[in-house]
Design a protein around this ligand. Structure first.
Ligand SMILES: C[S@@+](CC[C@H](N)C(=O)[O-])C[C@H]1O[C@@H](n2cnc3c(N)ncnc32)[C@H](O)[C@@H]1O
Length: 298
């Protein structure tokens, strides 16, 4: 079979994904992109090579390998899990179904975090709560290394926690791949219970993308069937983890620590009430590219 025929076959096999009810469906354009990505993975080719070789005959063994990938996608498994990686903030992260697939909107959180670092914030303390694949903390560290160099990073103290050992294994692999392991310590911790935040630092910055989805909200099939429950759900109002985290962080926030946290688009009021009950007034909400309130800054 020629490569271009294999591609058409795959698109036909996955047509049903375009007809699923929203938000489980994919657009016809996205489907074509996904098939290309799966072809690149099975054939170990670049995007450009796929175009050049579109009339080439493909080996039987490779066709079978590709068919296996397509059968996984046909059952709604996300492409990132099938190929085992995802691009985030200019870097490639290993992912599997123990970690949330890093989302493009979370890149805004990285941007917001980076704004806090200057040459003067050398001896900073940085903590990532619910690190998952490590996408947030490792992107921040790698950017800081590029901008300020290794010595700057070594003067800081960087911790990342997750309650899932399987997620932490992936985060450690990603830190090895990016050659960042010497700068960050990973802990299995239920929020802050296994770590000590160093209060004697010029900047204390906590970043978090906690689970924040309400139990009652239905999830698209590619999310609900494949992504870890622990990474998504947070009780009846989706605030269970955020409520606990804010309580645990209170003494540090009162002492001047900063928090940048991704939140659900409808959680502004709920979070405002929690902060008011703690008499914290110095906070703001930031919107994402589609104008939805998605980040809390304290
Ligand atoms: C929404 S995911 C975020 C993953 C990653 N930071 C990202 O942005 O792609 C939330 C993460 O929090 C972790 N988590 C859930 N409950 C936790 C808890 N009580 N303490 C620490 N981590 C927790 C989950 O295992 C998951 O990896």
């Amino acid at each position: 079979m020629r490569l271009k025929d294999l591609k058409n076959w795959a698109i036909a096999q996955l047509q049903h994904l375009t007809q699923l009810p929203a938000p489980s469906n994919v657009s016809p354009q996205t489907l074509k992109i996904e098939v290309d990505v799966l072809l690149q993975s099975a054939l170990e080719l670049t995007k450009e090579q796929l175009i050049i070789k579109s009339n080439d005959e493909i080996d039987r063994a490779i066709i079978e390998k590709f068919q296996l990938l397509i059968s996984r996608r046909a059952k709604s498994e996300p492409v990132a899990y099938i190929i085992g990686k995802k691009e985030f903030y200019k870097r490639t992260f290993i992912v599997n179904n123990s970690v949330l697939i890093p989302r493009p909107e979370t890149e805004i959180l990285v941007e917001l975090a980076l704004k806090n670092f200057t040459k003067m914030t050398k001896d900073f303390y940085l903590l990532d709560v619910g690190t998952g694949s490590g996408a947030i903390v490792l992107s921040i560290i790698d950017e800081l290394r590029e901008k300020f160099g290794q010595e700057y990073l070594k003067s800081g103290e960087i911790h990342a926690v997750d309650i899932s050992d399987k997620a932490l294994n992936i985060a450690r692999k990603n830190s090895d791949n990016l050659q960042l392991s010497q700068y960050v310590k990973f802990y299995n911790s239920d929020l802050l219970n296994q770590i000590k935040i160093n209060k004697n630092r010029t900047l204390i910055l906590i970043v978090a993308n906690p689970p924040y989805i309400m139990e009652s909200v239905p999830l698209p099939s590619h999310v609900g069937l494949y992504e870890p429950y622990l990474a998504l759900r947070a009780g009846a109002d989706g605030l269970d983890i955020i409520r606990r985290l804010l309580a645990e962080l209170l003494e540090y926030l009162q002492a001047g620590a900063k928090l940048i946290m991704e939140i659900g688009e409808e959680q502004e009021d709920g979070i405002t009430k929690i902060l008011q009950s703690y008499k914290i007034g110095n906070f703001e909400f930031v919107r994402d590219y589609s104008e939805k309130t998605r980040f809390l800054l304290i």
